[in-house]
Design a protein around this ligand. Structure first.
Ligand SMILES: [Zn+2]
Ligand SMILES: [Zn+2]
Length: 365
């Protein structure tokens, strides 16, 4: 039997249940979980704030471990064979159809209606489709990649879903060498966005966030300047960013805060003709109030949404971890590790923003 932590419904305590080890179809595999995570999405799931979630679920959408069993053969995207015992990660998004208008005409596969996500839109009734479990079922077609030798389980999961989102953010930001980049939010997404903005050629990287320990980590991860959200007013921050950008405002602003007030500030922080990438509004946090003339039209502003991630973001995230993992402390984003019986505490800590991310070791305890 396999132990898994199940979220029966929103606002109901997570409980440990036993699942049978699945019979694998040809092309299927079973992952022995090393680490999964508790991220902001899991808190939203627990609050019932995401639509279309088929509770009960086994949360944990980003997960890494070793291949325990493969039925038939399994290959990485470049065609190389994967073997039992390999250290791997898998892309949590699966069943993207490749045929619908979103996939083919609009080229926005993250908006494919068939798309499913481990730990979020897969039900526990269907089996081991989440990382808060000792084993995860990798159905045929799921993208699996070997972890590069230099990438530890801890640094992969420290980057986790926030790193994949950050890769997508950088793509949407279309940075030009020397750009000033302002990141709103010092959570797992904002921290990885700071790392990648710097590596992508940003001239100045600024992060607005709280509390102080996260801002210290933001500095270690590549921010040139940090601004404490709790100790400043909007006007203070506008003045500070103007000061750091020659009076113009930031070339690119990244919203990774998930707050309606952040958007209202962000449109003022970006320079005339600049770009604003919105990545933090993963749930509906209510309306923002802006003056369209002043903040969009007259500014000639470019506002871009950034929803979910694609296989390419997953594979590029692995390359970034391989290349920069030795100098960037991704593993420190995962501030504490919990066993399956500690996940209600982990959710409470994440809910209270006590840590950027909790790790899950389903074999602990
Ligand atoms: Zn599709
Ligand atoms: Zn996540």
């Amino acid at each position: 039997m396999v132990l898994a932590a199940v979220m029966p419904a929103p606002r109901v305590p997570v409980e440990i249940r036993e699942f049978p080890e699945p019979d694998l179809p040809t092309g299927g595999a079973l992952l022995r979980t090393a680490l999964s995570e508790v991220c902001g999405t899991d808190v939203h799931l627990w609050h019932g704030r995401l639509s279309g979630v088929p509770y009960p679920i086994i949360p944990g959408h980003v997960t890494t471990g070793t291949l325990h069993a493969i039925r038939g053969s399994l290959a990485a995207t470049d065609g190389t064979a994967l073997r039992e015992g390999d250290r791997v990660a898998f892309f949590d998004v699966h069943r993207t159809c490749g045929r619908c208008p979103a996939c083919t005409v609009h080229r926005t596969p993250t908006r494919c209606p068939s798309r499913r996500v481990y730990g979020i839109t897969d039900s526990a009734a269907d089996g081991l489709f989440g990382g808060w479990a000792q084993m995860v079922y990798l159905e045929p077609g799921v993208v699996v990649a070997k972890l590069p030798d230099a990438v530890t389980f801890e640094s992969y999961i420290g980057g986790g879903c926030g790193l994949l989102t950050a890769v997508h953010i950088i793509e949407r930001a279309r940075l030009t060498l020397g750009d000033s980049v302002l990141i709103q939010g010092a959570g797992a997404v904002g921290l990885s966005a700071a790392v990648l903005a710097r590596r992508a050629g940003a001239g100045t990287v600024m992060v607005i966030g709280a509390p102080a320990d996260r801002l210290a980590l933001a500095r270690e991860m590549g921010a040139d300047h940090v601004i404490d959200l709790d100790r400043t007013t909007v006007d203070d921050r506008l003045e500070k960013v103007r000061e750091l950008t020659g009076g113009a405002g930031a070339d690119v602003v990244v919203e990774a805060a998930g707050s309606a007030r952040a958007f209202e500030e962000g449109v003022r922080q970006v320079r005339n003709g600049g770009a604003y990438v919105i990545a933090g509004h993963y749930t509906n946090v209510g309306d923002s109030t802006i003056n369209v003339h002043e903040h969009i039209n007259r500014k000639h502003l470019d506002i871009r949404g950034c929803w979910g991630s694609e296989v390419g973001h997953f594979l590029r995230a692995l390359r970034a971890l391989e290349r920069y993992g030795a100098e960037v402390p991704w593993h420190r984003i995962g501030a504490a590790t919990y066993g399956l019986d500690g996940l209600n505490d982990a959710l409470a800590a994440a809910e209270a923003f006590k840590l950027p991310k909790a790790l899950v070791d389903p074999w602990a305890g």
